[in-house]
Design a protein around this ligand. Structure first.
Ligand SMILES: N[C@@H](CCC(=O)N[C@@H](CS)C(=O)NCC(=O)O)C(=O)O
Length: 227
């Protein structure tokens, strides 16, 4: 059984003689938050490999005992998990891509603030919706529906915060950054799971449309087989 596929780009070009350049491998799952570093890697434009894994597969557990995507592995075997850490690492590794959100003390603080917001507040709000069974020991349909409804409220609260912040801004940090890539899978989840989609969040909708229109993002979505 094939558990993953590979879409390697320019593999032979990546080892430039006399440099330390390494080509990372991103382990991703379809529809997951791993879409964020996948988009960031495509924006950066340097060689990388993308490997699709399934939750619970040996391939995934071998690189992350937590069994979660995303995972980034460098050529020397060093692995990094946690979407926020991976995005920060990629922005630092490729300053030429200018995806880090600025060099000033407060620029860095803003990047950390929004990365933490997406990890701890937004991403976490979706779990009761996607995995209600992890949030109640009551296995009845009614109990699980109540958990999902609570998740919707949480997501709406966080999207309200993001929507207000985006008023007057094209991107979360002003200019395009890895933080926008981070928000993208979550915005797509909201479109899918919120009863009214993004209707109440026009600035988030605008950010979504801006990112979705990017040919690099469309390449990634096509590779992942996502609509
Ligand atoms: N805090 C981690 C969360 C990663 C995570 O939970 N990823 C999900 C996909 S979006 C996953 O792999 N879930 C599998 C599971 O929880 O079993 C991060 O930000 O990278």
């Amino acid at each position: 059984m094939q558990l993953y596929d590979r879409s390697c780009r320019f593999r032979l070009q990546c080892r430039v003689i006399g440099t330390q350049e390494t080509m990372p491998t991103l382990f991703y799952a379809v529809g997951a938050c791993s879409l964020a570093p996948h988009v960031a890697l495509e924006w950066i434009g340097a060689p990388y490999e993308a490997v699709r894994v399934q939750y619970g597969s040996e391939e995934l557990l071998a690189v992350n005992p937590a069994g979660a995507v995303p995972v980034l592995r460098e050529d020397d075997g060093w692995t990094l998990s946690q979407a926020g850490a991976i995005l920060d690492y990629l922005a630092l590794k490729h300053p030429e891509a200018r995806l880090g959100g600025g060099d000033g003390l407060r620029d860095k603080a803003e990047a950390h603030r929004w990365s933490a917001f997406l990890t701890s507040d937004v991403h976490a709000s979706f779990w009761p919706i996607f995995m209600p069974f992890r949030y109640t020991t009551d296995s009845s349909q009614t109990a699980r529906q109540a958990v999902v409804a609570a998740g919707h409220k949480l997501v709406e609260k966080q999207f309200d915060v993001l929507n207000r912040h985006l008023d007057g801004r094209e991107y979360i940090l002003g200019d395009r950054s890895v933080i926008d890539a981070y928000s993208f899978p979550m915005i797509r989840w909201a479109v899918r799971v919120l009863p009214d989609g993004l209707t109440k969040y026009p600035h988030v909708q605008a950010l979504h449309d801006r990112i979705a229109a990017d040919p690099a993002v469309q390449r990634v979505l096509a590779r992942e087989g996502s609509k």
